[in-house]
Design a protein around this ligand. Structure first.
Ligand SMILES: [Cu+2]
Length: 500
């Protein structure tokens, strides 16, 4: 409806303009063309001057008005180390182009005013002016040289790759229609290899090669979290069309090209919290973030850095957003610790898994835990008081045959016993109280014996080991919950003698 009204109004205005034209034509016929034309030329010349002044004033006023929303001004000084030099370059370019902008507009409209058509006016005609040509060639050339040289200086400053001995975090960003996959290298600090033929939507979005150990700990987080004041190298690539990795607050912008990895190196210097603090001083940011909830948090309180795609890559282009969080080193490490590797959460144990074993760091963690338990028992006045649960020894249900995964814990225990070769231990089997007592008793004995046999097979002297079964008689937990019963079914060890 409103659309029709607007079209109607436009048609009416058109008719009015045509009618006014006809009226002035008639008036001209009455008064004489010359006089009307002169009057019209004078009017238009004055309007040109009015337009020029209004236009320039509007440009300057709006630039000042929106200053605090523009990168590089107000609260938006760069949040990265190199960003300042890019802002400087931008300001220098703006300075020169600003002068040209104002002067050419003044000249354009002033000439239209000054040299408007007049009765008997004749244009000055000249064929050639060497001086003029020198001036309009030399002045832009000098300005261009200044801008390009400065640009090169900044480019060389911003773009060099990392040195091999630099300390930096490498992160990978892969753009696709319409999102980013972010990959972190995990504890080994190295991103694993990929191959496009391994890409499988859902199960292997990046085509990681699971036989490469560097891939095993790589993780794909939702947000980009980075520690402040640490150099970051972003590997940038794309899976389908051109995208562009754009972090406006950090003055980072680099094309993501399928088949041609690019990179950008930057050092964030302002945490998200500090940036919010900065914004909080500006009235534009002291308004409710949600206009429908005036008592809710203010704009500055919910500010987040973001990653956007700056390439028009398709109809979902606008949705390629990821949050970027700059935090303290400490918070970063806490966050890192909560991230699970993609392999571990999505691949392990599936048919795509070529490995089927514990990861090195998990073995390391388990060994560490057992060693700590063992060594803290040793320093007790009576080490025999401490029962050490072998948390990672598992049996097949109802049987005394060890599951394959138990070997890691038992091998660690064997190593400990070789290190502390003056120690004898008791290995005890325990069950819950479900089922027949006699059967439970036998099962606990058989399981303790299985551990005994495994240790002997590892080269531990059987004389240092005692296998005992306690059946359900020494519960570690209650027997009326699933969890409690599970805690009761266990293998424990106890240091029973030590010959110093
Ligand atoms: Cu895109």
């Amino acid at each position: 409806m409103i659309g029709f009204l607007i079209i109607g109004i436009i048609i009416l205005i058109g008719i009015i303009v045509v009618q006014i034209g006809k009226v002035s034509e008639l008036a001209a016929r009455i008064r004489g063309y010359k006089e009307v034309e002169q009057q019209s030329n004078n009017n238009q010349a004055v309007w040109c001057m009015v337009f020029m002044v209004l236009f320039l004033v509007l440009c300057i006023v709006s630039a000042i008005y929106y200053k605090n929303d523009m990168m590089g001004y107000g609260p938006h000084s760069s949040a990265s180390e190199h960003g300042g030099s890019i802002d400087g370059l931008f300001n220098m370019t703006l300075f020169f182009t600003g002068i040209v902008f104002v002067l050419t507009h003044i000249a354009l409209f002033w000439f239209a005013y000054k040299y408007r058509a007049r009765e008997g006016g004749v244009g000055k005609f000249f064929v050639h002016s060497t001086n003029l040509e020198i001036v309009w060639t030399a002045v832009p050339a000098v300005v261009m040289v200044i801008l390009v040289t400065q640009g090169l200086v900044v480019w060389n400053d911003v773009m060099p790759d990392v040195n091999p001995d630099d300390e930096y975090i490498e992160v990978e960003a892969t753009g696709y229609q319409f999102a980013w996959d972010i990959r972190y290298p995990g504890p080994d600090g190295k991103l694993g290899t990929k191959h496009y033929q391994l890409i499988a939507p859902g199960t292997n979005p990046l085509g990681q090669d699971w036989t490469d150990p560097k891939n095993i700990d790589d993780f794909l987080p939702t947000d980009i979290v980075l520690p402040v004041n640490k150099k970051v190298r972003v590997r940038i690539t794309a899976k389908d069309v051109l995208h562009n990795f754009y972090l406006p607050h950090f003055r980072v912008k680099m094309d993501a090209i399928p088949g041609l990895p690019t990179y950008f190196i930057f050092t964030p210097i302002t945490t998200t919290e500090e940036y919010r603090e900065r914004l909080s001083a500006y009235p534009e940011w002291q308004i409710p973030a949600d206009p429908d909830d005036p008592s809710g948090p203010q704009r500055w309180e919910v500010f987040e850095y973001e990653l956007a795609c700056a390439e028009l890559c398709g109809k979902g282009h606008y949705s390629m957003k990821r949050l970027v969080k700059i935090v303290s080193e400490e918070e970063y490490n806490t966050w890192l610790a909560t991230q699970e590797s993609f392999y571990k959460t999505n691949i392990r144990g599936t048919e795509d898994d070529p490995l089927g074993r514990l990861l090195d760091y998990e073995i390391e963690e388990r060994t560490q835990e057992l060693t700590t338990d063992f060594e803290s028992a040793l320093i007790l006045d009576d080490p025999a008081e401490a029962s050490i649960k072998l948390k990672n020894v598992f049996f097949e249900t109802g049987s005394a045959s060890l599951e394959d995964d138990s070997k890691y814990e038992l091998n660690s225990l064997a190593l400990l016993l070789s290190d502390y070769n003056d120690i004898s231990i008791e290995i005890s089997g325990h069950t819950d109280n479900t089922g027949d007592d006699q059967a439970n008793q036998l099962l606990s004995e058989a399981r303790a014996q299985a551990v005994f046999d495994h240790l002997v097979a590892q080269g531990i002297d059987g004389a240092r080991l005692q296998a005992v079964g306690y059946g359900p008689n020494r519960p570690a937990d209650v027997n009326d919950t699933v969890e409690g019963r599970q805690n009761n079914r266990r293998i424990e060890m106890r240091i029973i003698s030590q010959n110093f």
